[in-house]
Design a binder for this molecule. Structure first.
Ligand code: HAM
Length: 419
């Protein structure tokens, strides 16, 4: 006889691999950091944009690039009503889609936007690499000036400094325009050709489809080939046009004047196809293998490539999980008042008035004796306890108890509000 369903052992469902539950103190830390980001972006004139967590797959194929690992291997794609949709692996493509669709090209320039939210990449999970992770990003549309590069880079650096992040390094490179890169790709292929059979299968494909991407390979054998003196010598020569070099030099001079330290990294090409001219990553030696906390760059043709008006742009995104692993302890606002009571209508009324004065207030809801309620107040580290029984409610007063000193006094409501 079959076992009735009620007798079957209930299987506990766990979260999918590469995802995280955020709660308690950790969630409070995230909230504080997100609030700081919002404040700094708003103070610099950036407005929030919220785009869907999924988009038409084609947007990422055309935007991020079909030859990239992100689009090739890592997207969560599904079909509904014969349409291919993908969970967003990054934020820029969706923001650009919205920029075009909402006619933001007609807004006064520059258009400055920021976003935060979950992104999805089907990668092998490890420390600092999740399948659902969170990005905070900024995008500036409409200007191709070194000053706009400097502004967005500076915003990231100042944000990290204000959070006291340790051992940061700004890696920066100029990869020029698509035209500049044609000569570079051809030269790179000539130099890599003798070693082609020793490269990993992915790099052998990249050699034909997207040679720049070879430099981004994580395979140590490939990296040692790209580190060979003749290839390095080739990589260290700036192959970009005079105009691209002048743009980059002006950006560096602003960073120098502001004493923002950076390292020119000729190997930095980034893992997405839309970049032109300036690219950068901010890394920390405290992060381990996945050491980039923030990455970005200029993408002067993406808006047009996706069907919009000719619009240069630049932006970056930081990974919140990686950022939070670098942020130390953050001050948490303590509970100002815990109301011990069996008079709930009066207690709620009092709590609302105190909260209107920006105090953190909790009302005991347990219906237990006052002794037990006081124990709970101590557990919550409440600075002060307000005891509100029948007699106090009738007289419009409370017994105010300071938990640290155990001092207790009778105080009328009005005096509480004046404090
Ligand atoms: P990205 O370098 O692919 O750039 O990602 C930006 C940041 O997201 C990384 O530096 C890292 O901190 C975090 N990140 C990426 N993948 C993962 C993962 N699997 N787990 C945890 N964190 C991760 C972009 O996404 C571009 N859209 C940035 C941009 C904006 N460029 C121009 N505008």
């Amino acid at each position: 006889m079959a076992t009735p369903p009620s007798k079957l052992r209930k299987v506990v469902i766990q979260r999918p691999k590469g995802t995280q539950d955020l709660f308690g103190d950790e969630s409070a830390r995230w909230e504080a950091v997100e609030a700081l980001c919002r404040l700094q972006f708003k103070n610099a004139g950036y407005q929030e944009i919220r785009t869907p967590a999924f988009e038409h797959t084609e947007l990422f194929e055309r935007g991020v690039g079909e030859a990239t690992d992100i689009v090739n291997k890592e997207m969560y794609t599904f079909e509904k009503s014969e349409r291919r949709l993908s969970l967003r692996p990054e934020g820029t493509a969706g923001v650009v889609r919205s920029f075009i669709e909402q006619g933001m090209g007609r807004w006064p320039k520059p258009v400055k936007l920021y976003y935060m939210g979950p992104m999805f990449r089907y990668e092998r999970p490890q420390a600092g690499r999740q399948r659902q992770f969170h990005q905070v990003g900024v995008e500036l549309f409409g200007l191709d000036t070194p000053a706009s590069d400097a502004e967005v880079i500076l915003m990231a650096m100042r944000l990290f400094e204000s959070l006291g992040l340790p051992n940061l390094s700004l890696q920066i490179n100029n990869i020029g325009t698509a035209a500049c890169r044609e000569t570079f790709k051809a030269g790179l292929k000539v130099r890599v050709q003798p070693y082609l059979s020793q490269l990993c299968a992915d790099c052998q494909t990249r050699y034909d489809s997207n040679p720049l991407r070879m430099l981004d390979c994580k395979n140590t054998a490939c990296q040692s080939i790209y580190g060979l003196p003749d290839i390095q010598q080739f990589l260290q020569t700036d192959f970009t046009s005079e105009a691209c070099q002048a743009h980059f030099a002006q950006l560096l001079s602003i960073l120098d004047a502001l004493k923002v330290p950076y390292q020119r990294n000729f190997m930095l090409v980034r893992g997405l196809d839309y970049y032109t001219k300036t690219v950068f990553e901010i890394t920390s030696t405290n992060l381990g293998a996945q050491n980039a906390v923030c990455g970005g760059g200029r993408y002067n043709t993406l808006v047009e490539d996706l069907g919009g008006p000719e619009t240069p742009a630049i932006g970056w995104a930081l990974g919140l999980e990686r950022l939070m692993s670098l942020v130390g302890a953050l001050p948490v606002k303590p509970l100002d008042y815990y109301i011990v009571t069996d008079q709930h209508a009066a207690a709620f009324d009092l709590a609302e008035q105190l909260r209107a004065q920006h105090h953190r207030v909790e009302v005991d809801l347990s219906g237990k004796g006052f002794g037990k309620q006081l124990e709970r107040a101590a557990k919550l580290n409440a600075t002060q306890v307000l005891i509100l029984g029948e007699a106090e409610a009738k007289n419009g007063e409370v017994q105010l108890k300071i938990l640290a000193t155990k001092a207790q006094s009778v105080v009328p409501y009005s005096q509480l509000f004046e404090r």
